[in-house]
Design a protein around this ligand. Structure first.
Ligand SMILES: Nc1nc2c(c(=O)[nH]1)N[C@H]1C(S)=C(S)[C@@H](COP(=O)(O)OP(=O)(O)OC[C@H]3O[C@@H](n4cnc5c(=O)[nH]c(N)nc54)[C@H](O)[C@@H]3O)O[C@H]1N2
Ligand SMILES: Nc1nc2c(c(=O)[nH]1)N[C@H]1C(S)=C(S)[C@@H](COP(=O)(O)OP(=O)(O)OC[C@H]3O[C@@H](n4cnc5c(=O)[nH]c(N)nc54)[C@H](O)[C@@H]3O)O[C@H]1N2
Ligand SMILES: [Mo]
Length: 768
């Protein structure tokens, strides 16, 4: 049988052809035609059936014995297996009890997270559909990925389109961009994923084509390896979180040397006259010139001036990684980059202007089809309350507490029940020791999870969930138009059920079975969603085969759209007749709406505001290393940390931490040594890797090692989020700031406590 007839497994990091034998997944090979399949696939076959899979519904012993009154030992007690029937009754009973006593707003169902690819088995959509049927839930808004941008950009550009949906596409960059200045680099490992899944991994190739066409690259980042060595980029290491100062100095140089485009600023922007006195120092006595910025960011003044001249002299794309805004005052580097690009005057020209997140996902810079693919309908949430996603711990700790968000004064709700499916706050939340404290507050925590990670261990009722290999689904790689028949490959592991099946059971207990399922079973929904996809494609003259042919064949690839546009091409051509949906109709370099909020931490134009923690802060005397907890090469966030690829990367049994050799030597640390990384919020063990790709003073510990809290407050595994700071970017966006944290590192002396999270928790025999 030819290779391309084998069944497919479709994931956030790519599509694979599966080899299934004796009811087990044996191996996965990258999809034919995929130039750069993700290594994470190698983790899947072993992890699918490992000892860490949850095979039965489980209830925390204290909760089972004493009910919601017993919450303090959450995360520490053994579990008791129960039947599905019993589990369904417990969850249904808790929902009714909490809703009756406190209202549906007391149920937190935000449930942020990446779960799995697949249109139907999308955990959050399933959970939200279910919770809407029972009267609603407190939701969360914005993402961990780019929350600061989601709130800022609508004010100054009129929409979030430039964040994910619309970018100047790679072929235009290849033809026209002669200089790509990359703040945060363009790490190819990060482009291996895409929310909803990847067909072909094309970014590494796109970058090579640009290089071959003569594009020069500048990598502005504390880590050299944020840009592939083969691109021959110039590396300008800068102190983390100081990009805004650098961008302002580039802008100042343009102005000082008369290199800025006044015609563009007049025609397409508003507010440059309000920014200029700040740039020149007329407003506050401090010119934001290259000498000023050099002292902040650590790049020499002459290098900054030379870069500004070079940017003005050629077609320049300013690429800004989403990571820059995942830091304190993360709104500012975005606004400063837009200001700088506006002064260069190339916004809307082929290959010029700016782009956010070119290195953040495989879909960025691919032109999507001009219609949206179908998703599971979620119904309507009768509860209007929500929190910005990263304020989870603050919400649980401060019911009724006031906070500012995007011009509003809001109050945190009083949450009694947390229901989570498809995300892992014990991965994604900053300051996990604070989250552990906050997590003792709710009366009941229900979690759907496939594996015994920290999320499952911190639940009261754990409902074992299948993975994509154990169910049927429809896969669509958004922005690539690959469609995949995700046929079930193996039987569910143990008694695991899909989120849909779990919620159908609970809904039935509540007398809402038919309302939840809509009268369809799994295959009924897959067929239905495919039929909708077929209709939408047909309305754009794209013909998809009938369902049977699709399901047998497994893979459809639609021709890419033929239109290619620069970001803001139409606006630039006719700002009067095609204005932006901002109050002024133009790019707001000064924004009256934001200025009107009166926030000291986010005023009316781009400014340099020192972050809460950085190498220039007083705290750096005690904690002299800046921690970059970036995205892992070996997994998706915490997913498959139990898999081979992640496990093979561990050093001294823990997550690797990269240090510059000079920083290591000053601390008596050698390569491969077990170290303790710490600050006032927490401490973790990690395995030292010495690397001259690190800027001195900066350490890198990728996010996502399964949280393993050990004795004396020591995290045993290298989870960076025991070290990060749980604070909003500003009163505007309240976005997470994972990349603003100072730490110290020391050799770990003595016997290391063994890991606990890679073996299942204690499980008691079921009570009679
Ligand atoms: N320090 C630091 N922290 C960060 C970041 C950082 O850069 N540094 N990045 C942040 C960003 S950008 C993001 S997006 C977040 C990501 O945070 P999350 O999306 O919460 O992280 P994941 O590990 O992907 O969690 C998904 C969970 O869903 C489970 N799962 C998989 N399939 C299914 C399913 O079908 N059903 C159910 N019920 N569960 C399933 C997985 O086992 C896993 O536990 O992390 C944020 N946190
Ligand atoms: N393999 C893999 N790929 C992924 C993910 C994954 O878990 N695994 N997660 C995906 C998700 S959900 C998202 S949102 C994207 C995120 O994409 P990004 O936000 O781009 O990802 P990060 O890895 O946080 O950061 C990229 C680089 O930015 C640099 N950086 C950090 N802070 C600063 C700073 O202040 N200034 C400058 N100049 N550089 C800085 C770091 O050196 C880091 O390596 O990645 C996606 N890609
Ligand atoms: Mo993300």
């Amino acid at each position: 049988m030819p290779d391309d007839r084998r069944p497919l497994l479709f994931t956030h990091w790519g599509a694979y052809r599966a080899e299934v034998k004796d009811g087990r997944l044996q191996a996965l090979d990258g999809l034919e035609g995929d130039p750069d399949p993700s290594p994470i696939g190698r983790s899947i076959p072993g992890a699918l059936t490992d000892d860490l899979r949850i095979r039965q519904p489980m209830v925390r012993a204290g909760w089972l014995a004493h009910g919601p009154a017993s919450r303090a030992a959450r995360g520490q007690e053994p579990f008791v297996p129960v039947s599905w029937e019993k589990a369904e009754a417990l969850v249904a009973g808790e929902i009714l009890r909490v809703a009756a006593a406190h209202g549906n707003g007391a149920i937190f169902g935000g449930s942020y997270g990446w779960a799995s690819a697949g249109r139907f088995h999308h955990a959050q959509s399933q959970l939200h559909r279910f919770l809407n049927l029972v009267g609603g839930y407190t939701a969360s808004v914005t993402t961990h990925s780019y929350a600061a941008a989601e709130v800022l950009l609508p004010h100054i550009l009129g929409s979030q389109d430039s964040l994910v949906a619309r970018h100047t596409p790679w072929p235009i960059i290849e033809r026209h961009t002669r200089l790509m200045v990359m703040f945060g680099g363009l790490p190819v490992k990060n482009t291996q994923i895409s929310a909803g899944g990847v067909g072909h991994h094309t970014i590494a190739e796109s970058l090579r084509r640009c290089r071959d066409a003569g594009t020069a690259f500048v990598n502005i980042s504390p880590i050299r390896e944020d840009t592939a060595a083969e691109l021959g980029a110039t590396w300008l290491p800068l102190r983390p979180n100081t990009d805004t100062a650098l961008m302002l100095a580039l802008a100042h140089t343009l102005w000082a040397e008369g290199l800025h485009d006044t015609a563009f600023l007049d025609r397409c922007c508003t507010g440059f006259d309000r920014v200029l006195p700040y740039l020149t120092g007329a407003a506050d006595g401090q010119p934001k010139d290259a000498d000023w910025a050099a002292a902040i960011c650590g790049i020499e003044a002459e290098t900054i001036r030379a870069l500004a001249r070079r940017m003005a002299a050629t077609r320049t794309m300013i690429a800004v990684a989403w990571s820059l805004q995942r830091a304190d005052h993360g709104e500012q580097p975005l606004w400063a980059a837009i200001t700088l690009a506006a002064m260069l005057g190339q916004i809307g020209l082929p290959g010029g202007g700016f782009g956010f997140g070119y290195g953040g996902s495989n879909r960025i810079g691919n032109t999507p089809h001009p219609f949206s693919w179908p998703a599971l309908p979620q119904g309507r949430n009768l509860v209007r309350d929500y929190i910005p996603v990263a304020r989870l711990a603050d919400m649980l700790l401060n019911p009724g507490g006031a906070y500012a968000f995007n011009g509003a004064r809001r109050r945190y709700p009083d949450i009694r029940m947390v229901y989570w499916a498809g995300g892992n706050p014990f991965h994604h939340q900053q300051d996990l020791n604070k989250l552990v404290r906050a997590w003792q507050r709710p009366e009941t925590v229900v979690v759907h999870e496939p594996w015994w990670n920290a999320m499952a261990r911190h639940a009261d009722i754990v409902l074992p969930c299948t993975t994509s290999a154990e169910r049927n689904d429809l896969g669509i790689a958004t922005g690539e138009a690959h469609l995949f028949a995700m046929r079930q490959l193996i039987e569910p592991v143990g008694e695991a059920r899909s989120d849909f099946a779990i919620l159908s059971g609970i809904a039935a207990t509540l007398g809402l079975g038919e309302a939840f399922t809509g009268g369809r079973d799994e295959m009924g929904w897959v067929r239905h969603l495919y039929a909708l996809a077929r209709q939408r494609a047909a309305s754009h003259d794209l013909n998809l085969p009938d369902f049977e042919a699709f399901w047998t064949d497994g893979h459809i690839r639609l021709p890419p759209p033929t239109t290619e546009k620069n970001l803001f091409e139409d606006f630039r051509a006719a700002p009067e007749t095609a204005p932006l949906p901002t109050p002024s109709g133009r790019i707001e370099l000064f924004c009256d709406a934001i200025a009107g909020f009166g926030y000291a931490d986010c005023p009316g134009h781009a400014v340099w505001l020192p972050p809460a923690e950085w190498l220039g802060a007083a705290e750096a005397a005690q904690f002299p290393l800046h921690l970059i907890s970036n995205q892992p090469r070996t997994r998706l966030h915490s997913q498959y940390d139990n898999g081979r690829v992640a496990q093979e990367s561990k050093v001294a049994g823990r997550e690797p931490v990269l240090l510059h050799p000079a920083d290591a030597a000053a601390r008596g640390i050698t390569d491969g040594m077990l170290v303790r990384v710490f600050n006032t919020r927490g401490a973790c063990l990690a395995g030292a890797v010495l690397s001259d790709a690190m800027m001195p003073g900066v350490v890198q510990l990728a996010t996502g090692a399964w949280f393993d809290p050990g004795p004396d407050g020591l995290e045993l595994h290298g989870n960076a989020n025991v070290l990060t700071l749980d604070k909003g970017t500003s009163s505007l966006a309240q976005a997470p700031i994972a990349h603003s944290a100072l730490v110290e590192v020391e050799a770990f002396i003595g016997e290391a406590p063994p890991l606990r999270v890679m073996t299942p928790p204690a499980i008691l025999a079921p009570r009679r």
